[in-house]
Design a protein around this ligand. Structure first.
Ligand SMILES: CC(C)(COP(=O)(O)OP(=O)(O)OC[C@H]1O[C@@H](n2cnc3c(N)ncnc32)[C@H](O)[C@@H]1OP(=O)(O)O)[C@@H](O)C(=O)NCCC(=O)NCCS
Length: 179
């Protein structure tokens, strides 16, 4: 696979963030693991918002500290995926959304990027004290389920999410994988 790097969201990627967002909107894709990107047209505002989530002083009420990463393909400096790590749970995250959300841009799917991106995020999760992370997916999201299972995800249970009216599968992934 081509060389990939996982970087924290930053101003130098502003135009690529806008490009990623546009492709997701054009394709009608769900924007999991991107925080509020869907509703934020200006990438600089989005980056500032991500920063607000990084420390208690600026964290919006009821939210938890979160770190936003971009998966960059070195050869063309393109964002191929995005992944968000939530450092703690609130009531909703503990049941339904878990510690991690992610997406891969539609034009770059089925190339193994989601599997690699999740693998690359696990050491960070471990470094912030999470020995294992909860990851959930729609019960019919085969691509996401395979991504989680490829990273050692252990199925726990299915839970009904009432707002969307969908069943979610809950998985736990250990973060100290030495491979
Ligand atoms: C789910 C998603 C992240 C997968 O990204 P991806 O880069 O295509 O995934 P990968 O290429 O790493 O593939 C992972 C596995 O899923 C399989 N897969 C990927 N997309 C699939 C699909 N649409 N249907 C069935 N299997 C699929 C791959 O074949 C691979 O399986 P394998 O390891 O058994 O060969 C991507 O489709 C996406 O961004 N979807 C919208 C957002 C989303 O659903 N995020 C997850 C929220 S829980």
């Amino acid at each position: 696979m081509e060389e990939l790097v996982l970087v924290k969201v930053a101003e130098e990627y502003a135009s690529q963030i806008a490009d990623y967002r546009q492709e997701m909107l054009d394709m009608g894709s769900s924007m999991d693991g991107t925080g509020s990107l869907k509703v934020m047209e200006n990438p600089y505002d989005y980056i500032a918002k991500c920063r607000d989530y990084e420390k208690k002083e600026t964290l919006p009420e009821g939210r938890v500290i979160a770190t936003q990463f971009l998966l960059i393909r070195r050869s063309d400096n393109k964002i191929v995926g995005m992944i968000q790590v939530r450092h703690h749970f609130n009531e909703y995250l503990e049941k339904y959304s878990g510690h991690i959300g992610y997406s891969v841009r539609p034009s770059e799917r089925k190339k193994g990027y989601a599997k690699t991106m999740l693998k690359m995020a696990l050491p960070f999760c471990n470094s912030i004290g999470l020995d294992k992370v909860l990851i959930t997916c729609d019960e019919d999201n085969e691509g996401s389920e395979r991504t989680i299972r490829a990273n050692g995800g252990e199925f726990e249970s299915i839970i009904f999410e009432p707002n969307e009216g969908i069943n979610l599968k809950r998985f736990w992934v250990k973060t100290d994988q030495a491979n």
